[in-house]
Each structure stands twice: as C-alpha cells, then as structure tokens.
Write a protein that binds this ligand. Structure first.
Ligand code: KIV
Length: 293
C-alpha cells in the first residue's frame, strides 16, 4: 500500500534534491481515483478539464464550484493515497477575498486537501486570503485555459525571451506568496527548465518539457478515452475509447441474437417453482402462457 501523500511531502519533492519526478493525473470519480491509486500516482487533480472531458462542454469556463465539489467528493470516497487537489474554476476567485475563501472551503469540505488556481502575480491577493484560511495553494502559470478568450485560444505561452523572464518572475513571486508547488502549462522546454531552476518548490509540467519536477496529464488523454484531439504534449497509453466501443458492440450483438443472457447468467427457477406457477419448461421466453394447465 502506497504511503499517503500530503502537501508537505509534495512540497519537499524537488528533483535537484534527489526526489523522483512527481506523477499527477486528473480524475473525476471514484473508479478513476481507484485506478490512480492502484497505479501509485502522487497527486490527483480534480481539474476544471472536467468540463470538456466529462461534462461535454467546449471550454473549461462552464464548470462551477459545485460541479468540482461534487466530483472531489466522489474521488475522496475512493480513499486514494494520492494528494487530492480541487481546481478553482473560473470566476470562483475573481471577485472578493471572502467569496474566494468560501469557494476554496467548499472544495476542502468536499474532500480536497488543497486547491489549484490559475494565474500569476495578479492573483496573489486572492491566494493570500486562501492561504490565511489554512488552505494550501498550488499555482498554475503559462497557458492557463481559463484565459482562453484573452489568449485567443489555447496558445503556447512564453515564446519570447521577455515572456520567459516574466514567467520566471511570476513563479518566484508565487513561491514567496506561499504556494507549495506550481503547474506550468504549454511553454517551451527552456521556460519549464528556467522556472524549475528558479524556485525551490516543485514544478509540475504539462507541455513544459522534461525538466520540471513532475508531470501531469488528463486521465482521459492517458487512457485514450478522449480520442477527438491530441495535443502534442499528450502521450496515449491506452485505447479506452476503442476498447469500450468494442465491448458495448459485442454486448449489443449478443442481446440482438439472444445469446445473452446464457443459462449461466440466469437465475433459473427450481422445478417446484415452475410447477407451483403451473408452468413447464424454463426456456420459453416470450411464450409464458404455454404449458399451463
Ligand atoms: O483542469 C486540468 O485538468 C488542469 C491540468 C491540465 C493541469 O488544469
């Protein structure tokens, strides 16, 4: 059984100090949390990617705090050893500190051990409010999907030297503000490396190259259940969509040709019951009048 991960164990996991790379996956329900536990991942992110891979929306802007809380609770029920991170959705930390803390607390009460927030220096006041309420914060910088309308789509960030330096400054400020780790998404490898070198908290990359302190991918991308679009940074380790289509198709064929259910999948009535009901023969499906009297 894997040892339970906590915010301090994750915070201490820096590769340059000899730690193994951290493994983070998203998960949104009890079965996927059980799979993640069997696979011994370090962190489960109940991400706002929920919107796109589970709830069928076209962007992450649609999910609410209550949606995330509902899915955090399902993950918690699986009792994973991984650290559970609740993602703060768009507009849950943009208005007032009071509302921000209340929203973070909703995710903690649902079972999250910490929250993730997109954005850099300009989000520090809201992060500070959450940290003051004893809720650890994982920051998320680089390509932040909640800013899709400002960025003009899901665009790789920090392509210019100046933007890389700014990203490094943001990361240092977030560490100083008290964040225990950083997700860096969608930046050139050099930016992932420079940010990782500049901070003493662990960095977890997604499309940020090989030099971060850990990696995160979306569950449905890893297992191949999401098969519509494959970003460059995704490596598929399974063919879940095709496997599930094959399984359901085989089931449908068996129902249609009446080979399912077979006798061994049927609670066959004992002879006494059949006789008491005045029926003879138990395989007379759809023809139950026959044999009576
Ligand atoms: O919501 C999410 O899944 C994320 C990860 C991609 C980092 O934010």
């Amino acid at each position: 059984m894997a040892t339970a991960q906590t915010v301090p164990t994750i915070k201490a996991s820096k590769r340059r100090n000899g730690s193994e790379p951290l493994v983070m996956v998203t998960a949104y329900d009890a079965p996927s949390a059980r799979v993640a536990t069997e696979a011994d991942v370090d962190m489960i992110l109940v991400g706002d990617s929920l919107a796109m891979v589970v709830l069928g929306y076209d962007s992450t802007l649609e999910v609410t705090v209550d949606d995330i809380a509902y899915h955090v609770a399902a993950v918690r029920r699986a009792k994973p050893s991984a650290l559970i991170i609740g993602d703060m959705p768009w507009m849950s930390f943009h208005l007032t500190p009071t509302e921000t803390v209340r929203n973070a607390a909703t995710l903690v009460r649902a079972g999250a051990q910490c929250v993730k927030m997109e954005g850099g220096i300009k989000r520090i006041p809201m992060m500070t409010a959450i940290l003051d309420a004893e809720i650890p914060v994982l920051a998320h910088i680089g390509l932040t999907p909640q800013s899709t309308n400002v960025m003009g789509g899901f665009k790789i960030q920090a392509r210019e030297a100046e933007a890389v330096h700014r990203l490094v400054e943001e990361a240092v400020a977030l560490e100083e503000a008290g964040c225990f780790a950083l997700v860096i998404e969608g930046v050139p490898d050099i930016a992932g490396r420079m940010v990782t070198e500049a901070v003493s908290i662990p960095t977890i990359g997604i499309g940020a190259g090989p030099d971060t302190d850990g990696q995160v991918l979306v569950y449905h991308d890893i297992i191949g259940l999401e098969n519509r679009f494959k970003p460059r940074f995704v490596r598929r380790y399974g063919t879940a969509f095709d496997d599930q289509v094959a399984a359901l198709s085989a089931y449908a064929a068996d129902v249609r040709d009446s080979s399912f259910p077979a006798p061994e999948e049927t609670y066959q009535a004992k002879d006494e019951l059949t006789e008491a009901l005045g029926l003879y023969g138990s395989t007379n499906h759809g023809n139950t009048d026959q044999g009576s009297g």
